[in-house]
Design a protein around this ligand. Structure first.
Ligand code: ZN
Length: 325
């Protein structure tokens, strides 16, 4: 099995090198850093910071649950040739990334190497367990909640950190990375207030989510998350849990149910139908939905989805906002 895998990797590597040579113009300058990002939201921030000096490949697709990604030989090839790997950390990719990194046999991205960049280094993580961790707490969040990029204020922290880490790997690009990160973060900061204003009517609103995905979004926007469709992170819903959740949603008049494109939409649609809540399908990464091609576009689409849900569930939301749209 191992030999077959290695062979597969070798063939894929040779194939892509030959193809790359055939397609690249002779004069094209290679990027200074080949960066692999575990998810496309991290990839988009890495590209914004790295600009032309980096070549960024993302492993997961934007429409994929970042906890459950199918490893492919092409991922091993990308990792084998990488100068840096940017991962979300907090065990977001625990189920699939360690095996891919091991198969890539690339010392530059081994744990602790300068090219191994854990993006949450400067981020204040939520829901870090205070006691011993065991399986009864769920499958996928043993190191705290890893979905911190759904708060744009954390993207500012990540971009600044990436500029320092890229500079450590490519010193002659330090000024470029610093300037790119500054441009990205100042653009983001200038939009944050407008996004908050558009969703002011949702501040304090009760919401339910499918997975513990939106804690950071809620913390940013002042949403009050009162339950999850999953009984524990990564554990599929069961009828008893869903019945109790629906009773709570009816009693507390929860206006909005936060869903994703990769959790079962028939489950959220049924719960919404039985409780009167509006479903807001939230893009959770770059590439999740049409036109969602940058980090800013992703947040823009999140805000739009929430604003739409708030409008279609007027009975339980606070007084209508006077904000323009
Ligand atoms: Zn999760």
């Amino acid at each position: 099995m191992k030999r077959t895998e290695n062979l597969l990797v070798l063939f894929a590597a040779v194939g892509s090198i030959v193809l790359g040579a055939a397609l690249s113009p002779v004069t094209a300058r290679a990027a200074e850093l080949r960066v692999v990002a575990s998810t496309p939201d991290l990839g988009a921030i890495a590209k914004a910071v790295g600009g032309d000096r980096v070549d960024v490949t993302s492993i997961a697709r934007g429409t994929e649950d970042p906890h459950f990604v199918d490893p492919k030989p092409s991922h091993v090839v990308s990792l084998n040739r990488a100068d840096a790997l940017v991962e979300g950390g907090a065990e977001l990719e625990l189920g699939w990334l360690p095996r891919l990194v091991e198969s890539s046999r690339n010392a530059k991205i081994a744990t602790g190497a300068p090219g191994r960049i854990v993006a949450n280094a400067g981020v204040q993580l939520l829901e870090i367990p205070t006691g011993p961790v065991d399986r009864s707490m769920g499958d996928v969040h043993p190191g705290g909640n890893p979905h911190y990029l759904l708060d744009p204020r954390n993207a500012v922290i990540v971009a600044e950190d990436l500029s320092r880490r890229f500079a450590a790997l490519d010193a002659s690009g330090a000024e470029t990375y610093r300037a790119n990160a500054a441009a990205f973060t100042s653009d983001l900061k200038s939009r944050i207030q407008g996004w908050e204003a558009r969703l002011a009517s949702l501040r304090g609103a009760k919401v339910v989510e499918y997975h513990k995905l939106f804690e950071y979004l809620a913390s940013w926007l002042g949403l009050d998350i009162v339950g999850q469709v999953e009984p524990k992170p990564g554990i599929p819903p069961n009828p008893q849990h869903v019945a109790a959740l629906e009773a709570k949603m009816r009693t507390e008049k929860v206006p909005v149910l936060l869903a994703t494109t990769y959790h079962p939409s028939e489950v959220t649609a049924e719960i919404a139908h039985r409780t009167g809540a509006a479903v807001a399908t939230i893009p959770t990464s770059v590439g999740d939905g049409e036109g969602n091609t940058s980090y800013v576009a992703m947040v823009e689409q999140i805000v739009t989805a929430l604003a739409k849900a708030a409008k279609s569930a007027p009975s339980a939301t606070p007084a209508p906002s006077t904000e323009g749209h």
